[in-house]
Design a protein around this ligand. Structure first.
Ligand SMILES: *Cc1c(COP(=O)(O)O)cnc(C)c1O
Length: 350
């Protein structure tokens, strides 16, 4: 039999992102984007961009952006790694830190990109069931492992654990790298950044896509001790030695320098979230306690897939995960107050 190039393909099952529909006038509550847009300082910086500068390679160190982040979070620039969206930072972190024969541990219900990376890189892993309340159980992570990763707050449950919880986990696993994906931490959670001072086996990953309203710019960040960041940088530089482009570095820096704007908008999102949770519960939905910019809810008498379809017909797009244990839930991103009122109005009539 003659062989073809198709016999040598890497066969992978990719992550599928939430849809970006082309129709206007939809209430788009499916990908956890921020409804308020980036800081006006980002707009101003955008207008000052110089096309002439595109001739040159960008700052390979992203030093302006790192300096701004270092000042904001009281870290050294050498503790900061910049990547093209936190998905890239996560992928490079898996490649850098999870090279053990022992299994990587993460929850059975979590960010669905993690199992995609483990398969892509051939990393052994074990998924650890959340309890019946969809919480992460600390004791389940006191077993042999080659690393631990989960988002805090977890996605798509929205449930937050405290800094104490993560500190206990770090103490129980001093020889494992523990990665905390803080994609949603600005919506009412407490970051574990202060733990970096005391634990060298912690890596914290954040994104500009949610609270900073810059999903289209693609900026992700890892924070760790200098040695871990250097290791991550070395892997990254073996792949692509430039971090993010000149435009992204400039606009991301402008966003960090106007942190107050982010905090204000996050506050608005949180109050729309709390309104949504209250109203959904009144309509009989079970809603998990969210510290994110989305809610995860199911109704005892409504089929999630049918509701998903009917919402869509009404012009409201939300996200459904066809996965055991959560296939009766819908994940609803928090939009503006007006959008959430529209959603509730639809559901009241439904
Ligand atoms: C949205 C999200 C990311 C990805 O963010 P990008 O920076 O846009 O790639 C990572 N982790 C979790 C848990 C997320 O929800």
């Amino acid at each position: 039999m003659k062989m073809s190039w198709k016999d040598y393909l890497r066969d992978v099952e990719p992550y599928v992102a939430g849809e970006q529909p082309k129709m206007a006038n939809l209430i788009k509550l499916n990908t956890n984007e921020n409804p308020y847009g980036p800081s006006p300082k980002v707009e101003a910086a955008l207008k000052l961009l110089e096309s002439e500068k595109l001739r040159l390679y960008p700052d390979a160190d992203a030093s302006g952006l790192k300096k701004a982040l270092a000042e904001l979070y009281h870290l050294k620039p050498e503790q900061i790694f910049i990547g093209n969206g936190s998905d890239e930072v996560l992928a490079l972190s898996f490649l850098t830190f999870f090279n053990s024969e022992k299994p990587l541990l993460f929850p059975d219900i979590t960010y669905s990109f993690y199992p995609v990376y483990t398969r892509l890189f051939g990393i052994p892993y074990k998924s650890i069931p959340l309890n019946d309340q969809f919480e992460i159980v600390l004791d389940d992570y006191k077993q042999e492992n080659g690393g631990i990763i989960f988002p805090n707050p977890n996605a798509p449950t929205g449930i937050l654990v405290g800094v104490d919880f993560i500190e206990t986990l770090l103490q129980a696993n001093p020889n494992s790298m523990i990665i905390i994906d803080e994609a949603y931490i600005d919506f009412g959670g407490e970051s574990c950044l202060p733990l970096l001072e005391r634990y060298d086996n912690l890596l914290i990953i954040q994104t500009f896509s949610k609270s900073r309203s810059l999903a289209g710019l693609r900026i992700g960040v890892a924070y760790g001790n200098t040695e871990a960041i250097e290791a991550l940088q070395n892997v990254k530089n073996s792949f692509n030695s430039y971090p993010v482009d000149y435009i992204a570095q400039t606009l991301a820096t402008a966003s960090v320098l106007d942190n107050e704007d982010m905090l204000q908008k996050a506050k608005k999102v949180m109050s729309a979230r709390d309104y949504t949770i209250k109203e959904l519960r009144q309509l009989g939905f079970e809603v998990l306690e969210s510290k994110t910019n989305f809610v995860f809810a199911r109704h005892p008498h409504l089929d999630a897939k049918k509701l998903l379809a009917d919402l869509r017909t009404a012009g409201i797009i939300v996200r459904h995960f066809n996965q055991p244990r959560i296939d009766q839930f819908l994940r609803i991103s928090i939009g503006t107050m007006a959008q959430m009122e529209e959603l509730i109005k639809f559901l009241k009539e439904y």
